[in-house]
Design a protein around this ligand. Structure first.
Ligand code: NZQ
Ligand code: ZN
Length: 382
């Protein structure tokens, strides 16, 4: 196991009715900016609950943060927050609203230059406005991590950044807020959480026995609860299990001291930037293909994955079956796994590989995926 430092300061308020309990955790006298997305919170009762919880507080609002949040939109919020001397952000929504709010949090005090540098140059974040979240879509883990992914419309880029200063102060996870999710968003969340575990688990063995078992516990729970939540979307209990899985999948715990891949996410972000696919759709497409392409390098963990997750024989000959079952699981949730099913042909395959290698170098847990390998992986999922 590698050496690691682990610190996660996010207070979690989990369960039905917990929105009403958040106010004491917001600093007294704070000037709050409530950020939200395209309006789902106005139709599912979440906005009313948040307004009631904050009725004694000074609150301004900024709505309209879109899925795959855009720099162009977020800079309008940055201007508003600077003008109004906002000193606390409350993000109410899915991963996009949370990520967008993390960008606002870091960008408001970044006055000496264009805050896009936070992403393009990974400029150091010395200060950020404290933020908290009311999560309405379990998927990204953004509610309990310090990372955000932001898109820039004008350059068709989608880039990630992070800082310990961007951990939410607290996050409210009320599974009831997720009852209004569409089947598509529900399935996307399951796929994203599953993929987050695979990125930290399907690499090579390094004697991290507990982290492996923790990762497997999340995978097995998603395999059990995913189909159940699709079949009975009104079930609080299934929603609750999915919500806690998604948070645990990317709050750093299972990633402690282990090699990590993240190549599927890297390739997936480019597919979203160029073609507008949902984040989870890109993962459902790329992950099976990446596993097929990297099966030799990942062999030991793939065998373990096949045996412990899918009950297959512990041998090399079961590996293809484990990958097929993974792809079939994504499809069973209604998420398509081939690019042509989203109307995407091979015209950008070469340039996606080149963009990634130029920007990030070679990727994957062994740094053995460069431009040519990315192109080959994309051909495998065409
Ligand atoms: O905008 P509104 O109207 O709220 O509607 C949203 C949006 O259209 C809707 N929605 C959210 N909660 C709802 C709801 N609809 C009904 N009922 C509810 N309770 O769902 C749509 C999608 O929302 P979005 O926030 O975009 O989805 P998600 O949570 O999957 O976030 C995706 C973004 O997170 C990034 C992705 O790249 C993508 O930009 N990621 C962030 C990560 C992180 N911070 O650690 C890691 C991930 O790997 C990922 O990259
Ligand atoms: Zn993801």
């Amino acid at each position: 196991m590698y050496a690691f430092t682990y610190h996660n300061p996010v207070r979690i308020l989990f369960g039905k009715g917990m929105i009403a309990k958040m106010a004491p955790h917001i600093p007294a006298g704070a000037r709050v900016l409530l950020t939200y997305g395209g309006g789902s919170i106005k139709t599912n009762g979440v906005y009313e609950q948040v307004s009631a919880a904050l009725k004694e507080r000074s609150v301004l609002e900024f709505g309209g943060i879109e899925p795959n949040p855009r720099y162009e939109t977020l800079m309008q919020a940055v201007e508003l927050a600077r003008r109004e001397k906002i000193d606390f952000l409350l993000a109410v929504g899915g991963g996009s609203v949370l990520d967008g709010s993390k960008f606002i949090s870091a960008a408001v005090p970044y006055r000496h230059a264009d805050p896009w540098e936070l992403l393009s140059k990974h400029a150091k974040i010395k200060t950020a406005i404290p933020l908290a979240a009311v999560l309405t879509l379990p998927a990204t883990g953004s509610e309990m991590n310090s990372v955000a992914v932001i898109s820039r419309e004008s350059t068709r880029q989608k880039l990630a950044f992070g800082s310990p200063l961007l951990f939410p102060l607290f996050s409210v996870l009320d599974p009831e807020t997720t009852l209004s999710l569409s089947p598509r968003q529900t399935a996307n969340g399951v796929v994203d959480a599953y993929a987050h575990v695979l990125e930290q688990y399907l690499t090579f063995p390094n004697q991290a026995a507990l982290q492996e078992r923790q990762a497997e516990a999340i995978l097995l729970t998603l395999l059990q609860e995913g189909p159940r939540v699709m079949a009975v979307p009104e079930s609080y209990e299934h929603r609750a299990n999915i919500m806690w899985c998604a948070t645990q999948a990317l709050n750093g715990v299972i990633g402690c001291g282990v090699p990590q891949d993240w190549a599927t996410h890297g390739i997936g972000h480019e597919l979203t930037a160029l073609h507008g696919l949902d984040h989870a759709q890109t993962l459902a497409v790329v992950f099976p293909a990446l596993l097929r392409h990297q099966r030799v390098q990942k062999m030991e963990k793939l065998i373990q994955y096949g045996a412990r997750i899918w009950g297959l024989e512990e041998s090399e000959s079961s590996v293809e079956q484990a990958i097929d079952k993974t792809e079939a699981f994504f499809r069973s949730l209604g998420v398509k796994t081939r690019l042509h099913e989203y109307g995407i042909d091979d015209r950008d395959f070469h340039s996606i590989g080149r963009i990634l290698e130029e920007r990030d170098g070679r990727i994957g847990e062994r740094k053995d995926i460069g431009a040519a390998e990315v192109e080959a992986i994309l051909r495998l999922c065409a």
